[in-house]
Design a protein around this ligand. Structure first.
Ligand SMILES: NC(=O)c1ccc[n+]([C@@H]2O[C@H](COP(=O)([O-])OP(=O)(O)OC[C@H]3O[C@@H](n4cnc5c(N)ncnc54)[C@H](O)[C@@H]3O)[C@@H](O)[C@H]2O)c1
Ligand SMILES: O=c1ccn([C@@H]2O[C@H](COP(=O)(O)OP(=O)(O)O[C@H]3O[C@H](CO)[C@@H](O)[C@H](O)[C@H]3O)[C@@H](O)[C@H]2O)c(=O)[nH]1
Length: 445
């Protein structure tokens, strides 16, 4: 089928590449001319495992193309996706300016029946606003063209985006038009060969489904961080508690890892946006407020532990940091917990020597050159001249380090394990102090 996608970010580029891989003829449009230029040269602007080969292969075969020109792209697509950003605006609600701008552009060029599909994460009621924006532009032109607007939220995770896109858990189609649903069923048929993953519903329910999914996952994480904070105080080990509760299939092992707080471009903004939506309709979403508040405090956790270990004397100290990205297998630093930690350390007068397998360039782009940040080439280089080590992203490369070597390199040997990667006993036996998240048992010894 002929598909057009507005936005070549994490969602647009991955969706475009995967749809091209399935034999569709896909045109990706972006207003960022530099990005489009790089994509045409085969350079992938983000680190996403498995993405580069499918983009290159499908671009080379002509199944996938990139452009900055909306008019011919809208002409091309039987289906036009909107996959642009919806960042938080000043009060935390989702800013729809990019989505509505694309909607107006579509209205300015629409020339045949088209299914307009919104993939961005948007507040309930946005499909109506997109429909109205397109209709208004058509009216201005005096054009009468049929179209449908569908809500088709995306559930991919960064780091696993290609796999999630090729093998989705579910495909939500929010539409009251049978004609549009049939077009999308046809598009997604190759993704449903094993079993039908499609759930058809109305637009508003589809829009809310996306926020509900992210809010539920964020709630699980904040819940576990709360249990970790209790465990620490009562002398229990949250890692044992996690395994104890995860074995109940009603709870499950997924998304109950305590840590240095959740980050990324979705959970923080989506929990906030849902809370603002609720407030806007006169409902005080207390649970969502608590999820946010627990996460906010959790992001200060490692700083507090480090400060306590160094008796509040952070000025002139050097902290080695392993991990910068908000999670492994990405170079994305949006709302990353590493940023809260580094910024608190700098404010207290400490220096940071950091290593991340992929996020070095992005960190440099955000913070530039500064005296209190050294971006290192490997994990052990970050330890040179450092007092203590903090781990904030659970990259595989950090899973089994040489603790004796670490001890030998640190001025005040201690590990601050922000993702509970290590066995406290093994760390302590190597002569290092161990601080994890909610590991009360190790603190008691
Ligand atoms: N990142 C994720 O893991 C993820 C997963 C599911 C859903 N989402 C949601 O999907 C949406 C997109 O997220 P993202 O992370 O891909 O964003 P992103 O910031 O990585 O990319 C957005 C792209 O849209 C482009 N753009 C902006 N205005 C445009 C216009 N008028 N025409 C064409 N292109 C335009 C930007 O230049 C940018 O390249 C958001 O609503 C987000 O919440 C994101
Ligand atoms: O048990 C856990 C699991 C995750 N995290 C943290 O939660 C954040 C988000 O992780 P993850 O959900 O894996 O990454 P995202 O790429 O942000 O994906 C989420 O956000 C996307 C955008 O909406 C959705 O599409 C995905 O389904 C949803 O998982 C990261 O900081 C993780 O460190 C924890 O602290 N504990």
């Amino acid at each position: 089928m002929k598909v057009t996608i507005f936005g070549t970010g994490y969602v647009g580029l991955v969706t475009g590449a995967c749809l091209a891989e399935m034999g569709n003829h896909v045109v990706c449009v972006d207003i960022d001319a530099g990005k489009v230029e790089r994509l045409k040269k085969g350079e992938i602007p983000i680190f996403e495992p498995g993405l580069e080969p499918i983009v290159k292969r499908n671009y080379a075969s002509g199944q996938l193309d990139f452009t900055t020109h909306p008019a011919p792209s809208i002409e091309h697509g039987q289906i036009v996706f909107i996959a642009v950003g919806t960042p938080p605006d000043e009060d935390g609600s989702a800013d729809l300016k990019y989505v509505l701008s694309v909607a107006r552009t579509i209205g300015q060029h629409l020339d045949k029946y088209t299914v307009v599909v919104n993939k961005s994460t948007v507040p309930v009621g946005t499909a109506d606003r997109v429909r109205a924006a397109i209709a208004e532009e058509l009216e201005k032109r005096g054009a009468s063209v049929e179209f449908d607007v569908v809500s088709n939220p995306e559930f991919l995770k960064e780091g696993d985006a290609v796999e999630d896109c090729l093998r989705p858990d579910r495909i939500i189609i929010g539409s009251s038009s049978e004609r549009a649903v049939n077009v999308l069923r046809k598009l997604y048929a190759p993704f449903n060969r094993n079993h039908d993953r499609t759930v058809v519903m109305d637009e508003r329910s589809a829009e809310l489904t996306k926020y509900a999914a992210n809010a539920m996952l964020a709630t699980k994480i904040s819940f576990m961080n709360e249990i970790a904070n209790i465990a620490e105080r009562v002398g229990a080990d949250v890692e044992l508690v996690r395994q104890g509760i995860g074995s109940d299939p009603r709870i499950g092992y997924h998304f109950i890892y305590p840590g240095a707080g959740y980050g990324g471009s979705c959970f923080p903004k989506d929990v906030q946006a849902l809370e603002r939506t609720a407030r806007g309709v006169g409902y005080d979403a207390r649970l969502l407020g608590a999820v946010e508040a627990v996460n906010h405090d959790q992001k200060t956790k490692l700083f507090e532990l480090i400060s306590r270990h160094l008796d509040g004397q952070l000025k002139g100290k050097t902290i080695a940091l392993w991990g910068l990205a908000f999670k492994p297998n990405t170079d994305d630093m949006r709302e990353a917990s590493s940023r809260n930690l580094m910024e608190a350390l700098w404010t207290a007068g400490a220096k940071v020597r950091a290593f991340d397998p992929e996020a070095r360039e992005e960190t440099h782009r955000i913070y530039g050159d500064r005296e209190d940040l050294v971006l290192c080439d490997n994990a052990y280089q970050a330890l040179e001249g450092a007092d203590v080590l903090a781990i904030i992203t659970e990259w595989k490369a950090f899973r089994s380090p040489d603790f004796a070597r670490i001890r030998g390199m640190l001025g005040s040997p201690a590990i601050f394990d922000g993702r509970n990667l290590y066995d406290p006993v093994a760390v302590e036996e190597a002569g290092l102090a161990y601080y994890g998240i909610g590991r009360g048992r190790s603190l008691r010894r």
